[in-house]
Design a protein around this ligand. Structure first.
Ligand code: MG
Length: 159
């Protein structure tokens, strides 16, 4: 059985994952409207992935005897100026999510809940990939410049 304190920390993370999903959905809408089908496709997948994280955490919480909550999700930003700006935002946001995930591991350690620490280590490791992937796309976009955007767009359509 999970402690109430840890249940609250996991529910906060579930809310954060839904918020991330909405942020990426909003980015996908922007990219689609701008005619970047490949970037939009990548971003729709990213939004789906964040929703899956939220559900995975909820399933875990329920399995441990806790109660998963769908809280109110704050409005997400919109209106970016360029594709590069969007992906720089993705990178910044993933760095922020890494900090949030680390906080959950810290909370689990404080409660001496080893199963929850173990469960969230998976996300600590995954955040390394998320940050690296976003940084890699930012780098590619910078190298590609305006004229190479179509090429990167086609690459990201492959996701
Ligand atoms: Mg996530």
């Amino acid at each position: 059985m999970i402690t109430k304190k840890l249940e609250a920390a996991i529910n906060d993370q579930i809310t954060a994952e839904f918020w991330s999903s909405n942020l990426y959905l909003q980015m996908a809408f922007y990219l689609e409207k701008e005619g970047w089908d490949g970037f939009a496709h990548w971003m729709y997948k990213q939004a789906e992935e964040e929703r899956e994280h939220a559900l995975d955490m909820a399933h875990y919480l329920i399995k441990r005897g806790g109660e998963a909550k769908v809280a109110m999700i704050d409005v997400v930003p919109s209106g970016w100026g360029s594709v590069l700006e969007v992906f720089e935002h993705v990178y910044q946001h993933e760095c922020h999510v890494s900090e949030l995930v680390n906080t959950v591991v810290d909370s689990a350690a404080a409660e001496n809940d080893k199963a929850t620490q173990d469960f969230f280590w998976k996300y600590v490791r995954e955040q390394v990939e998320e940050e690296a992937t976003a940084a890699g796309i930012v780098d590619r976009l910078k190298k590609a410049g305006e004229n190479g955007l179509f090429y990167v767009d086609a690459q990201l359509a492959q996701r």
